[in-house]
Design a protein around this ligand. Structure first.
Ligand SMILES: *[C@@H]1O[C@H](CO)[C@@H](O)[C@H](O)[C@H]1NC(C)=O
Ligand SMILES: *[C@@H]1O[C@H](CO)[C@@H](O)[C@H](O)[C@H]1NC(C)=O
Ligand SMILES: *[C@@H]1O[C@H](CO)[C@@H](O)[C@H](O)[C@H]1NC(C)=O
Length: 347
């Protein structure tokens, strides 16, 4: 008798879990419970190297709540009393997009802050500077043109909702050391296909430059006054004191860039400063879900510029990661202060 009841209860519990589809019983309960304490600011972080300085930051108070789902860990806490959820994305655009979409699908999120280190394509900036790019793009969605064709020839599948010659191209032949042509010919930069939450499903739209949230951007201008760390110890310091600076454009691709010629191309052609592997994934998801986002990326290497021997990335990457956290935490303080001022005004 006892075992019969036990089996019945067990089956009931199992079918309960299954009726929730992919998001199962206990996890679903935890998610629902967590959402009662929202809305949250979502922090998408490339890896532990950039997450750890935030976990160590005295202004981050962990709530001890952790929800693991679909291979991702969502950590709950507060920064200056602002409820936050931290999620590590992992490297590259697919990881960044998946982590961001899960964050937005599961939780009540009012905005997304993404931070980390980056390569620098802008010769006017220095290692250690923290950039706030106004626009982000994914710059490795290409149409690779056949040898013999040039800018006057239409691309395959060119036209409305198809490929375009509007954004521009890279000609490999322009970079041969002996001035000769190159069979790799041209690659044409293409916009991403997007499906915004307020669009018609299955009706394609295009997006190349994705702007960060204008309100977050104007608020973050105040951060340009912030004093950043410039030494890793008592003897080794950056030659130029680092600063927080707004720049026009950043770009992401599933490419670790350590090549001076391509770095120079990205800067002269597109006025790109930070170069990395995740922001565009976060940007494209937030853009489609109509959630405000901003990215803070600290420049930790020259993406192939500079001399190979100086190996800046190794020496200052920890400092850069720390500075990207410093800027993120200060930004959240500004958000909280402004919210408090608004509250005061309503009384
Ligand atoms: C970065 O911050 C951590 C604390 O999270 C500290 O232990 C470390 O020394 C800092 N690194 C540098 C290079 O400033
Ligand atoms: C400071 O860091 C540099 C680079 O890691 C190292 O070579 C040097 O010995 C350190 N100096 C001190 C005083 O720890
Ligand atoms: C940023 O993107 C928006 C929307 O695509 C565009 O209107 C604006 O001119 C862009 N600004 C820069 C600096 O690229």
């Amino acid at each position: 008798m006892f075992t019969k009841i036990f089996i019945f209860v067990l089956i009931f519990v199992l079918s309960q879990e299954q009726s929730h589809g992919a998001l199962h019983g206990t996890t679903k309960k935890m998610v629902d419970q967590a959402n009662k304490n929202g809305p949250y600011l979502g922090l998408v972080i490339p890896n532990m190297f950039e997450m750890n300085p935030l976990l160590d930051n005295p202004h981050y108070k962990s709530s001890k709540l952790v929800i693991d789902y679909a291979g991702r860990r969502f950590r709950f806490g507060k920064i200056y009393k602002k409820p936050v959820i931290l999620v590590m994305s992992g490297m590259g655009l697919v990881n960044a997009a998946v982590a961001t979409q899960l964050l937005l699908t599961l939780f009540e999120i009012e905005g997304v802050v993404h931070y980390g280190i980056a390569g620098n394509a802008n010769p006017n900036l220095h290692i250690g500077d923290v950039t706030i790019a106004e626009n982000w793009s994914h710059s490795a969605l290409w149409n690779w043109q056949r040898y013999g064709d040039g800018p006057e020839n239409a691309l395959p599948f060119e036209g409305e909702d198809g490929f375009t010659r509007e954004i521009g191209y890279l000609k490999f032949g322009s970079y041969s050391t002996n001035g000769e042509d190159n069979l790799l010919n041209n690659v044409w930069y293409q916009a991403e296909e997007v499906y915004p939450v307020d669009g018609t499903p299955e009706k394609t739209q295009q997006a190349f430059w994705i702007p960060v949230d204008s309100d977050y951007l104007s608020l973050s201008k105040i951060l340009e006054k912030l004093k950043l760390e410039d030494c890793i110890n008592t003897t080794t310091c950056l030659s130029t004191p680092p600063k927080v600076t707004t720049v026009q454009r950043g770009t992401s691709a599933n490419i670790y860039l350590d090549n001076a010629a391509y770095r120079n191309f990205l800067y002269t052609k597109f006025n790109i400063s930070p170069v990395e592997m995740e922001s565009a994934g976060v940007a494209l998801i937030c853009y489609q879900q109509r959630v405000p986002f901003i990215t803070f990326r600290a420049l930790s290497d020259l993406a192939g510029g500079g001399s190979a021997t100086s190996n800046e990335a190794d020496t200052f990457s920890g400092l850069s990661a720390n500075n990207s956290v410093l800027v993120t935490v200060e930004f959240i303080k500004l958000l909280t202060d402004r919210y408090n001022r608004k509250l005061l005004k309503t009384f």
